[in-house]
Design a protein around this ligand. Sequence first.
Ligand code: NAD
Length: 478
Amino acid sequence: IPVDPFDLVIFGGTGDLAQRKILPALFRRFCSGQWAEGVQIIGAARTIHDRAGFQTMVAESLRTHAAAQCQDEGALRAFLDRVDYVTLDGYSNEGWDQLSDKLNQDRVRAFYFSVGPRLFGPLAERIKAHDLATPSTRIVVEKPFGHDLESARALNATLAAHFRESQIYRIDHYLGKETVQNLMAVRFGNMLFEPLWNSQYVDHIQITVAESVGIDGREEYYERAGAMRDMMQNHLMQLLCLIAMEPPAKFDPDAVRDEKSKVIRALDQVQPHHIVRGQFDGGGSGKGYSETVGNPRSTTESYVALRAHISNWRWAGTPFYLRTGKRLVARSSVINVMFKDAPHSIFGEEAGRHANVLSIRLQPNEGITLKVTIKEPGPGGMRLVDVPLDMSFAKALGSGNQDPPDAYERLVMDVIRGNQTLFMRGDEVEAAWAWTDPIIAGWHARGDVPKPYESGSTGPGDAELLMKRDGRRWQGIN
Ligand code: NAD
């Protein structure tokens, strides 16, 4: 769908996220021919650059992060022609008049806060003070959105002092993944799944966000955050909401976010014996966590697994097992909906147990598969095998060899179009912190110390026990 001309200001335009994700995503959208003439992208950061210097920096990043599109030199040049730069300080008045001079009237104006969270408030205040906010202005804020409930409330209040909720886009890039949206299509576009989507037919649900990388370059932030704040409170919680929510009446921002918010509010407080914290040690492959952050006594978790319960009619009795960690055996984000066994096997004991599993894979190899049981082909009698049914239909839709669009491509264009469905609302974020805070407070009160796990493993052994005690086991990380 084509979009009208817009002005997009990227605060922190010279930073890692802007150069590695946002600008390449914008370039790919530009190459798709979706934009009208006159779109303007303005980098704004403290680093001193002139326009040409910033364009050179952007070109280098695009050659690395959007290499395929950069084959077309003409497209690259045309994109760079739309890129401008202002040296600007979020804490002072430096650069704001120059920014004001570059902005056009009567068009969508978006400000992307790709800077540390300390700057969110000062930037919001200066946009207002310099009279840069128009009725069609939107602001995009990156994670982390607060450190706990109190700070998230304060941040919401600061933003609300200057902008309406309908102008605030809190980004969680997991929601921009093609498969996550496909999950909603599968759930609510088919008759087949929704009748089974409850505790009567679903034994349990597993959500895994495993990372093979450590925390290099983010030591200071991570040591204060840990896996609970960095991943569980936002990304895993958002995935849990989409899997567990009731069907919204419409696919519109408030209908969807109302349902997600209800899921978070229905979560029981997690029992201490249903949580496992871990911290990676060096093993054979490099430094352990405490060495990386330079604090031998660090009790920050780089891994957390927990069993959550949603106290509502649909999910009473169906546990949700969530786990996330750094330096694990592979990078893999997947949701597994584990259906119950058929009530009776007509094929006898030998046929074994064959429960259906719906796997929603976010990365790598985005896609949705349904494990179904069929007869093993051949004359060998009635032997059963499980086969994955590919539900992403990438090949059928003719996009078999094409990577799905990056989450940022989708999300940035949603900002321009004014569609908040895939962005977190203020009350959702606060509810997620209200659930997270007591867990963290409990660790502090008990003097809890994370269990060590080997780098390159699947996490601490206690996480296996968490499942085993319930007669279940994690699906493999791969
Ligand atoms: P970064 O340190 O690489 O970049 C920060 C940017 O902010 C730079 O352009 C810098 O010039 C600018 N800046 C700093 N102080 C400023 C000031 N006073 N006035 C104006 N500009 C100023 O950080 P990053 O990794 O790009 O992260 C940016 C934000 O995005 C952070 O909130 C981070 O938590 C979040 N985030 C980053 C990633 C990632 O992969 N890098 C992923 C998710 C979220």
